[in-house]
Design a binder for this molecule. Structure first.
Ligand SMILES: NC(=O)c1ccc[n+]([C@@H]2O[C@H](COP(=O)([O-])OP(=O)(O)OC[C@H]3O[C@@H](n4cnc5c(N)ncnc54)[C@H](O)[C@@H]3O)[C@@H](O)[C@H]2O)c1
Length: 351
């Protein structure tokens, strides 16, 4: 079993990565926190596949379990569903000695994590990611949120889990589209920090997913330990996300996060090349590897639509926004620009 220790300022915890870990979830967590009431929050698809295993494991370890299931998909990451989860926790008389288990992809992790952060001003949270994207990214680092009609993740909190359990055998039921979404975030890590990871992904010879997940979690860990609350260097993890979030919003969330981020990375890298920050071969390498992982590279939306969506992004600070632009593979810069310059860069990145 691989494990990565995350020493965030607000809390330290371990990310475990291995096959068949759901079976051991109860004993892993009871060693850390003791036993209590466990509220499993999940979506309908994951429920049918994995809830039973988790329930059995928690019961064997002495937990009393309850379960809340919602419809899968980004459209459930909203305030109505958040309030329904909070009411469920209250009706079942959870106290701050009890625990929320977020079992699912990034949508479950984000909304259940936010519910745990605000229910009784915070009850314990365990993240059990079941998508590749959630294992390499959303389950680690403590960002939790729901979407508002004006944009993605506009209501949220930083709230670190007690433990993250990545059972890589759950990845066997993901379709190729969901795997590609995960690879989009993995490629992001390679571009911002890890040239060697990109080479591993390029060679594509019997990809050892546990090792790739571990590499990504370590990159995220290093950044989160320096800047837990996104005041500086953590912004680098948003490579591709400003226009990625715009694309998700323009599509009314029918384009997945991973695909949208892939296009967002292509836009920013092309803008970097055209403004002399990034070398051309870096853009060519990005496009070829995105294609290799069946990810899109072109936006179906124009500059005006993406700009309008980007100015309600939470990364905007007044009339400025910080963009993440690659200089070379493995190194990105943070560039804080007025919105007018963002529009110019966006146009460069699209044309
Ligand atoms: N908090 C963060 O730091 C952070 C980082 C990146 C992304 N996110 C968020 O994560 C979300 C995207 O996450 P996602 O791509 O995991 O989406 P998701 O949670 O919607 O999962 C995608 C689909 O896969 C299904 N699924 C999940 N696990 C499965 C499994 N093992 N087998 C079969 N099907 C399974 C789900 O039911 C869903 O239909 C977005 O809301 C994004 O904003 C958050």
């Amino acid at each position: 079993m691989k494990s990565v220790r995350v020493n965030a300022k607000s809390k330290a915890y371990t990310v475990y990565i291995a096959n068949d870990l759901l079976k051991s979830a109860g004993s892993l967590i009871s060693k850390i926190t003791g036993v209590s009431k466990a509220a499993i929050i999940t979506d309908d698809i994951v429920d049918a596949l994995y809830s039973k295993q988790l329930e059995v494991s928690l019961k064997e370890a002495g937990f009393e379990t309850i379960k809340y299931v919602f419809q899968n998909g980004e459209s459930s990451k909203n305030t109505d569903n958040l309030v329904a989860i909070l009411n469920f926790l209250a009706e079942n008389r959870l106290s701050n000695q009890d625990m929320v288990f977020a079992l699912g992809g990034g949508v479950v992790g984000d909304i259940a994590g936010f519910a745990a952060a605000i229910f009784m001003r915070g009850i314990k949270l365990v993240q059990i990611p079941t998508t590749l994207l959630a294992m390499v990214d959303s389950s680690v680092g403590g960002k939790t949120a729901v979407d508002l009609p004006f944009g993605k993740n506009l209501a949220g909190a930083f709230y670190q889990p007690e433990l993250v359990i990545c059972d890589t055998s759950t990845l066997s039921t993901l379709d190729n589209e969901q795997l590609s979404n995960g690879f989009s975030e993995i490629l992001k890590y390679a571009f911002i920090r890890d040239f060697e990871l990109l080479n591993r992904l390029k060679s594509n010879k019997t990809l050892e997913l546990d090792g790739i997940i571990e590499s990504c979690v370590k990159i995220k860990r290093d950044i989160v330990e320096l800047d837990e609350c996104d005041k500086g260097i953590r912004n680098i993890l948003n490579f591709g996300h400003t226009f990625g979030h715009s694309i998700e919003k323009c599509s009314n969330f029918t384009i997945s996060h991973g695909k949208a981020v892939a296009v967002g990375m292509a836009i920013m890298t092309k803008a970097g090349v055209k403004s002399g920050i990034c070398e051309r071969h870096c853009y060519d390498a990005l496009i070829s590897i995105l294609q290799m992982y069946n990810l899109p590279t072109e936006s179906i939306y124009g500059a005006q639509e993406l700009y309008n969506a980007a100015i309600s992004d939470k990364k905007r600070k007044g009339d400025k926004i910080t963009l993440i632009i690659p200089e070379k593979i493995g190194k990105c810069i943070l560039k804080t620009v007025p919105l007018s310059e963002m529009r110019t860069l966006l146009q460069l990145g699209l044309n």
